[in-house]
Design a protein around this ligand. Sequence first.
Ligand SMILES: *Cc1c(COP(=O)(O)O)cnc(C)c1O
Length: 376
Amino acid sequence: MKPIQFNDLGAQYAALKEDIDKAIADVIAGAHFISGPQVEELEKALCDYTGRKYCVTCASGTDALHLPLMAMGVGPGDAVFVPAFTFYASSEVVSLCGATPVFVDSLPDTYDIDPDDLLKKIAAVKAEGKLNPRGIIAVDLFGLPADFTRLEPIAKENGLFLLEDAAQGFGGKIGARHACSFGDVSATSFFPAKALGCYGDGGAVFTDDEEMYKLLLSLRVHGKGSMKYDNIRVGLNSRLDTLQAAILLPKLAAFDVENAHRNGAAEKYAFQLKDHFAVPVIPEGFHSSFGYYTLRAKDEAQRTRAMDALKAAGVPSIIYYPRPLHLQKVYAPLGYKEGDLPVAESSSKTVFSLPMHGYITDEEIDYICGVLTGVE
Ligand SMILES: *Cc1c(COP(=O)(O)O)cnc(C)c1O
């Protein structure tokens, strides 16, 4: 057996090589490296896939979160509610705008934002009266959409915008609705390790709102007006390279087959591991794209034993995320302390993620499960 990889991009390239090589060669031959025709083609394909009206590709998933906050004029004095158990970019963009992230706890079974804790945090900010509650950023962690059936009405009732951080969520669903179609605006990432990744940095913003769409088009090219040398607002230089768009087109075409493979792999993992670790919970009507396959150990010591055993057996595993955001040094001035968000804190001490991708083999899964079922 060849060495097991966490995300085997080489296996994917081997499967899609002919199409990817041709796509790259076409871009080089066309020499239209910025805003080439493949960029619009991809945006249209992403709209078709997700069911959103508008898609604006950009330079990263982080920019895809930052651009809509800029479009909505989020700034100093604003409170934006963000889960603490996520990647830093989810709250970093709030801080970049000068606004204040207000951290919310997560659910212990799905790891997504806890709608009841969100309600408590909204009420607390209102009662305190110091910050203006502006919006919610909900993350589709590990590929599972956050509970938008509850989050959408909560946002509406409280006059808050709802931004879906679907950087890990692409391909997830609630009923017939696709990830990247929830809330007012959605952001995804094409970082190579994501379920739909390119060969560098990339991202996309999705919305049904035409005003927002027009603002996003301006903001991603230096706040342009009628053209690039007509500067009417402060924006970013945040375009997706034509090469990356061209590489993403054949990857998007293969996405459903890879997603089905990941879901099959998740079932096989769960079947063998469910008596040893807490396996992912997918609520009724929800579909995960399993960008990551995450287990919960019974305590930190068992997690250490499991990860040590995997390492000794040559199997990579990663902790997403070892420290929740409210306890990161950067947010020390906000005054959070240990115990404030107990589920996020216990999750960071007990979760670990296993190799998962669209080309993982039964042999690899059986080998990994063999190691893990031997862990006390
Ligand atoms: C990866 C990720 C991002 C940032 O995406 P980049 O393309 O790396 O900038 C944001 N939010 C979450 C939840 C992510 O996992």
